[in-house]
Design a protein around this ligand. Structure first.
Ligand SMILES: [Zn+2]
Length: 104
């Protein structure tokens, strides 16, 4: 019984820490080349709304929903990512990542 309670307390502490964790600082905007803009336009259209926002996570090959709280500005486009690791990859090398991104 005591063990169960201790496990529960650890779980609650973990969840509280996760919920109150600070959001990462916004990444600096990135300038876009014509090649990057073409890929961004295709990715933007793929999510069903052409609004200069890529709502799907490009870090997950557009397979996951991105979050407005995990944005990266690339040229005129806002990219939403599902997690910080995905955004960090694009923040580090947006040109390379976009070149590798397949949008069918
Ligand atoms: Zn992702």
């Amino acid at each position: 019984m005591a063990t169960t309670l201790r496990c529960f307390a650890v779980l609650v502490a973990f969840l509280l820490a996760a919920c109150t964790a600070e959001l990462p600082p916004p990444a600096a905007p990135i300038a876009a080349t014509p090649e990057m803009i073409a890929k961004l336009a295709a990715a933007d259209a793929k999510d069903g709304t052409v609004d200069k926002c890529v709502h799907r996570c490009a870090g997950c090959a557009l397979g996951m929903n991105g979050m407005a709280t995990m944005p990266l500005q690339v040229g005129d486009y806002a990219m939403h990512f599902c997690k910080q690791a995905c955004r960090d990859r694009y923040a580090e090398d947006a040109a390379g990542e976009l070149a590798r991104l397949k949008v069918d």
